[in-house]
Design a protein around this ligand. Structure first.
Ligand SMILES: C[S@@+](CC[C@H](N)C(=O)[O-])C[C@H]1O[C@@H](n2cnc3c(N)ncnc32)[C@H](O)[C@@H]1O
Length: 239
């Protein structure tokens, strides 16, 4: 926030899957309330939550907080986004949020994923096609769910890298507050990173999965038997 505020006169901050918009209220209070400009847009699928948050913003006089009731796939996004965040956006909603950040070239992205089920199902369906030793990692339903969730977040981090973000994965808060505690932070430093893209395609191919984020961005799995990426394809392109 300090970086975008120092570089951009009127930063646009987006909270995707905002619920009651508490995170937005905190950021607005800390960074935007006393600034001359800057907008915080909360996008949430449940109208009653949007309405309640809108009324609260009105009472607090937080005039540059905006609210939109929409499914993330159908929302109207600002042309320029400086910071995009998604805290516990359910299942593939985190993918929707990341896809928007990448497509809009957001300077910063911060997501804390929630529960994830999509990749566990894909692992179940692709079990026969992948390396038999690797498949031992998720033979049992419980492991498949945990491993599927882990693999999903690895893919999310690597996708950010492939699209030019420098990524940090860390914990959000004390474990006593939330078991969904993985914070994935990205800062856009390149336009793309072909080496990371090649690793991502190969990871998808090795496990026979293609989560929503990969589908939306058109990232295809690479067959584990295909040729390695030639050296000239491993360069990064500056943002
Ligand atoms: C677990 S809550 C988290 C809310 C808020 N970010 C927070 O941390 O307090 C997830 C929120 O995301 C919303 N949501 C889930 N999928 C969504 C989607 N595809 N489009 C819009 N909102 C979505 C839900 O309605 C819910 O309010």
């Amino acid at each position: 926030m300090e970086d975008v505020q120092s570089r951009h006169g009127a930063p646009v901050v987006v909270d995707a899957g905002s619920g009651n918009a508490y995170l937005g209220f905190i950021l607005y209070e800390l960074f935007l309330k006393d600034a001359e400009a800057g907008t915080l847009l909360s996008v949430e699928g449940r109208p009653e939550l949007t309405q309640r948050a809108k009324e609260r913003a009105g009472r607090l006089g937080f005039g540059r907080m905006e609210f939109q009731t929409a499914h993330l796939e159908e929302a109207q996004w600002p042309e320029r986004i400086h910071v995009l965040m998604a805290l516990h956006a359910c299942d593939t909603a985190t993918d929707d949020a990341l896809a928007v950040a990448i497509q809009k070239g957001a300077d910063y992205v911060a997501v804390v994923p929630c529960c994830q089920a999509e990749v566990a199902q894909q692992l179940k369906e692709s079990k026969q096609a992948v390396d038999a030793t690797l498949a031992l990692l998720y033979q049992h339903a419980w492991h498949r769910r945990e491993f599927g969730s882990h693999l999903t977040n690895v893919i999310r981090a690597l996708t950010l890298e492939a699209f030019g973000y420098q990524v940090t994965v860390t914990e959000l808060t004390g474990w006593e507050h939330s078991l969904k505690n993985e914070l994935i932070l990205g800062r856009r430093v390149h336009r793309e990173n072909r080496q990371a893209r090649a690793k991502l395609e190969s990871l998808l191919g090795s496990f026979g999965v293609r989560p929503k984020l990969a589908r939306v961005l058109g990232v295809e799995p690479r067959s584990p038997t295909s040729q390695p990426t030639p050296p000239e394809a491993t360069r990064t392109t500056p943002a």
